[in-house]
Write a protein that binds this ligand. Structure first.
Ligand SMILES: O=P(O)(O)OC[C@H]1O[C@H](O[C@H]2O[C@H](CO)[C@@H](O)[C@H](O)[C@H]2O)[C@H](O)[C@@H](O)[C@@H]1O
Ligand SMILES: O=c1ccn([C@@H]2O[C@H](COP(=O)(O)OP(=O)(O)O)[C@@H](O)[C@H]2O)c(=O)[nH]1
Length: 464
């Protein structure tokens, strides 16, 4: 029987521990449903600097196989090229990008090592699905090692317009490596169009009759496959012990007040300083909200070995402190800034108790929090989602209050509108959004991708 083999940098955890990150959350949902093997990094750095034996683990129908990486690999591959060059460039932050040849070499080396550890685990009828910007070169390396299985690639983060991507010194190598996959998936049609424009305009590619694109002596099928969540399951999380406890705690605190909630890894792409400033602007412009509305920002630290991340955390600590100092009263603190993570079951209770979900990234591949906030609402009294136009989720979730996250005034006005929105309009918007969240599930997303991959795979054309 065909087996799905998923490759991603983060593997698991298979239970809801609250370690933040949308990719792992979505893949747990997919693997639980289909079964299969999940291969990637153990999350550990090997002490003696060598590659560990595989760590094997089985839980029901899901097996995981993970390896530790050496310190130099961690520094150059994860904290280095992935998160100092690729992440900022693909999120349109060329000002934060560090192009260093040594980091690029480390990135390639780790891609090759992961590929060589994966090859012996593969069976002839496996379908291989590689995830995200950590592994642009993995498929090319697998092909060079003679692997003929269907291999697909899904990019969870934005693919920018060619005018931005071409700032990466090795942009051609990266895109050429993407063409070694049979199928390349993106979160949105905008990201897809960035990729297609690159192929057609930058390297003289040609669109073939079947919709695929030929370029750089290879041929690829690319499409948009917006990721979803397990909406049905998430909509019941508020009934779990953790969900109930947090909902009850919040509601007793909020008897006479309204809460705006944000949940994001601390990342400069998430638009957090702008969000705090917008809340401050709301209190300045509409002082009647003082004492009546608060902002709860849950923000687990992430990638702290990269300076831009510690800097943004310090900036946020300073901003929340200043705004709280300016507006707090003896019985009210405007911003609750919590820098630890919560299990998703607890988040469900918190979302449900919050009148507004504030999701305002400057750029985001998708943003699963937007979908989770909707799934967690009470249909009889739903909250309002305020959503950045630059989150991938905005392409589907048009009934949210769509905002420009760079405009503090626009954000403040949207918050005001959300807080004051009548029940009827809230219900109308939520019903439309919830229908989408419940339809485009993680399971449908993976089925669409994998069915397409199998359909287009032709072993004879796989080398290259
Ligand atoms: O693994 P980390 O470095 O701790 O980062 C966490 C994950 O962040 C990114 O998530 C992306 O995938 C989500 C699901 O598709 C999407 O909703 C979100 O917009 C993206 O930012 C990253 O792409 C993952 O690889 C990381 O594991
Ligand atoms: O304290 C936290 C904060 C976040 N998350 C989860 O982490 C994921 C974040 O995914 P998203 O796509 O919004 O952004 P990413 O962090 O992947 O860029 C969501 O499923 C959140 O529920 C969590 O479990 N606990």
């Amino acid at each position: 029987m065909t087996r799905i083999v998923i490759v991603s940098n983060r593997v698991g955890p298979l239970t809801d521990t609250g370690r933040a990150g949308g990719l792992a959350v979505a893949l747990v949902d997919v693997l639980r449903e289909r079964g299969g093997l999940w291969f990637g990094w153990s999350g550990e750095v090997s002490e003696d600097g060598t590659y560990s034996p595989l760590r094997l683990y089985e839980d029901g129908n899901v097996s995981t196989a993970t390896i530790d990486v050496a310190q130099a690999d961690y520094d150059e591959f994860y904290a280095g090229y992935s998160n100092r060059a690729l992440w900022p460039t693909l999120h349109y932050r060329l000002d934060l990008t560090d192009f260093d040849r040594r980091l690029e070499e480390g990135y390639r080396r780790v891609n090759e090592r992961f590929a060589s550890r994966l090859v012996p685990l593969l069976r002839p009828d496996d379908i291989v699905w590689v995830h995200d910007y950590h592994f642009f070169f993995l498929g090319e390396t697998l092909r060079a090692a003679g692997v003929e299985n269907p291999i697909g690639f899904f990019l969870h983060i934005p693919f920018p317009v060619p005018e931005v991507l071409t700032a990466l010194p090795n942009h051609k190598d990266i895109v050429k490596a993407m063409l070694a996959y049979d199928l390349v998936g993106f979160q949105t049609s905008q990201h897809l169009s960035g990729f297609e424009r690159y192929l057609l305009e930058e390297v003289d590619g040609e669109r073939l009759e079947d919709g695929s694109i030929a370029a750089m002596d290879r041929r690829v099928v690319a499409d948009a496959f917006p990721i979803g969540i397990d909406g049905e399951a998430f909509s019941t999380f508020h009934e779990t012990t953790e969900g109930r406890e947090n909902f009850t705690l919040m509601r007793s605190e909020l008897e006479t007040r309204k809460q705006i909630v944000g949940v994001d890894r601390i990342d400069y792409s998430k638009g957090l300083p702008e969000r705090f400033e917008a809340f401050e602007r709301l209190l300045e412009l509409y002082p009647e909200h003082k004492g009546e509305v608060s902002l709860l920002q849950i923000a687990p630290p992430s990638r702290s070995e990269v300076r831009a991340y510690t800097q943004i955390q310090r900036l946020l600590e300073g901003l929340s402190g200043r705004i709280n100092g300016r507006f707090s009263d003896l019985d009210w603190t405007p911003i609750h800034f919590i820098t630890r993570s919560f299990p998703r079951r607890a988040l469900a209770g918190i979302y449900r108790a919050s009148a507004v979900g504030l999701v305002t990234p400057l750029r985001d591949g998708m943003n699963l929090v937007a979908k989770e906030y909707i799934a967690a609402q009470d249909p009889e009294d739903p909250g309002v989602l305020v959503l950045s136009r630059f989150a991938g989720a905005a392409e589907e979730m048009r009934e949210a209050l769509i905002v420009n996250p760079y405009s503090i005034d626009e954000l403040a006005e949207a918050l005001r509108r959300a807080i004051q929105m009548p029940l009827e309009e809230r219900k109308e918007r939520w019903t439309a959004l919830n229908a989408k969240v419940m339809t485009n599930t993680a399971s449908n997303w993976s089925r669409r991708f994998l069915d397409r991959l199998v359909e287009i795979h032709t072993p004879a054309e796989a080398d290259g």
